[in-house]
Unconditional design. Structure first.
Length: 124
């Protein structure tokens, strides 16, 4: 029998989460209701993310971090998707923060290992 679970993340910025989902071409709905059919949970969340395999909710918790609301039998699939979202989130965060510090993105490479390598520089 499946159970309702919460998965902690370090995601803080809803704008960047949505940008990451768009980069990955994942469907999402804002301010939607997510329902766990077997556990009886139903509630409004900031985002409901829909992939071909699973759907899950994202809502802000007391620590101002977004947590994933999911079915425990789908956690493995959700974690695969969440890793991709977190990578894109980190990418956007690094690009934004380096730009704020006066750096310019010069080069971006994605290796065979799917690691993104960025080269930035600042002219004085």
């Amino acid at each position: 029998m499946s159970k309702f679970v919460k998965v902690k993340t370090e995601l803080r910025d809803l704008r960047m989460i949505k940008q990451s989902l768009e980069d990955l071409k994942l469907d999402y709905s804002e301010n939607a209701v997510w329902k766990h059919f077997f556990g009886g949970f139903s509630g409004k969340v900031d985002l409901v993310v829909k992939t071909p395999a699973v759907s899950f909710g994202l809502r802000k918790n007391e620590q101002e971090l977004y947590e994933v609301l999911a079915d425990d039998m789908q956690v493995k699939s959700i974690k695969v998707t969440l890793q991709k979202v977190q990578q894109r989130y980190a990418y956007h965060k690094v690009v934004e923060e380096t730009a704020k510090a006066g750096f310019e993105l010069v080069e971006e490479k994605v290796g065979a290992d799917k690691v993104i390598r960025l080269t930035v520089r600042r002219w004085n």
